[in-house]
Design a protein around this ligand. Structure first.
Ligand SMILES: [Zn+2]
Ligand SMILES: [Zn+2]
Length: 355
């Protein structure tokens, strides 16, 4: 905690110093070619700051959350979309030059995984913007927030409630929003019995929302420290990845990038129950017994991206509860180490990078 305070103080001094200077170059973590994170594929270097573009705002990054999708991008499990990429899609930034009355300079905003949509495809026109055929993904198809500055589409930034400070707002911006969307996709109702399979950044936020809805929560996860965290956050039952919740579940959400976990979750679901898979990538989908596990009108649904409404709703609920993520701080220089720790399940709660 002392380190966090020191870092924040140092940053506040720098911000005061640089407030009126135009931004020409910046420090960033750049991915040139994907590789196993143990090879440290991100290079910390000085690069030109992004040029302001019409319809966009330039942000000074104050914090950027680390997401498992970043790890999939850096390790090449998602196809390469840019030659040199700055990852990071849970950006808390301060508007450096807005040029728009509703987004004045100095305003604190969040940016998430969906950085833009075409607005014209069938999905956008039907109100399913999370399924847009030509979306912009922050920190994947455009540069993201592992940097001192970032550019974001003005209609895809979210003003942040004052009660959420930078470090604790960052993990909400993907882990929180997409976790919240998973609850919607799973159709969670007040008082439901909900299973959470895997207990990383997203699940540890979701459990607080479920508690506020008077749901019973059953957490099955590997790693003693993850189990301890789940218990300390009020889970009604906690077990290892091999244990089965003691009741049949109304809803289940899986967070691990593992097909075996999906099948384990399915085997705990009551008839008519819904399983939502909160993962952009699964290692594989194993064969399973339809008669026993899926018949009985059980449903499996994937969770894809998010809508701006999901973001606004989650931020409002987070301020009301209030949601207070457990964070582990990494300076920008240690972006590789942050992802390595995530891969090794060595982080309880969420990792956040501070430039
Ligand atoms: Zn579209
Ligand atoms: Zn994410």
């Amino acid at each position: 905690m002392r380190d966090i305070e020191k870092t924040l103080e140092r940053r506040a001094r720098r911000d005061r110093r640089e407030k009126h200077r135009s931004i020409e170059s910046m420090k960033a973590a750049v991915l040139s070619s994907p590789a196993a994170i143990s090879n440290r594929p991100l290079r910390i270097q000085d690069v030109p700051a992004p040029e302001p573009e019409p319809g966009h705002v330039l942000l000074r990054v104050r914090a950027c959350g680390v997401c498992r999708t970043d790890l999939h991008i850096v390790e090449g499990e998602l196809p390469v979309r840019r030659e040199a990429l700055i990852p990071g899609h849970q950006i808390v930034g301060e508007i450096a030059n807005g040029g728009q009355p509703e987004l004045p300079a100095g305003m604190r905003v969040g940016v998430s995984w969906i950085g833009g949509i075409d607005g014209t495809c069938w999905y956008c026109r039907q109100g399913f913007e999370n399924l847009c055929d030509a979306p912009t993904f922050t920190g994947y198809t455009v540069n993201g927030g592992y940097a001192e500055c970032a550019l974001a589409r003005a209609d895809f930034v979210f003003p942040l409630p004052e009660s959420l400070d930078d470090l604790h707002a960052a993990p909400l911006l993907c882990a929180g929003i997409i976790g919240f969307r998973s609850l919607r996709v799973a159709g969670v109702q007040q008082g439901d019995r909900v299973g959470l399979f895997g207990f990383g950044a997203s699940a540890h936020l979701v459990i607080a929302v479920l508690k506020s809805w008077q749901c019973k929560t059953y957490v099955s996860t590997r790693g003693e420290s993850h189990r301890k965290l789940a218990a300390s956050l009020g889970a009604d039952w906690v077990g290892s990845e091999h244990d089965k919740p003691p009741v049949e579940l109304d809803r289940a959400i899986t967070f691990a990038p593992s097909g075996d976990v999906v099948v384990a979750a399915l085997s705990s679901l009551r008839k008519g129950g819904v399983l939502a898979i909160n993962a952009i990538h699964l290692d594989r989908m194993p064969q399973f017994d339809y008669d026993r596990l899926l018949w009985g009108e059980r449903q499996i649904r994937s969770v894809a991206n998010m809508t701006r409404q999901d973001a606004r709703d989650l931020l409002r609920i987070a301020a009301e509860i209030p949601l207070h993520p457990k964070v582990t701080l990494f300076p920008l220089d240690q972006a590789n180490e942050a992802l390595l720790a995530l891969k090794n399940d060595a982080i309880d709660g969420a990792a956040v990078i501070v430039p």
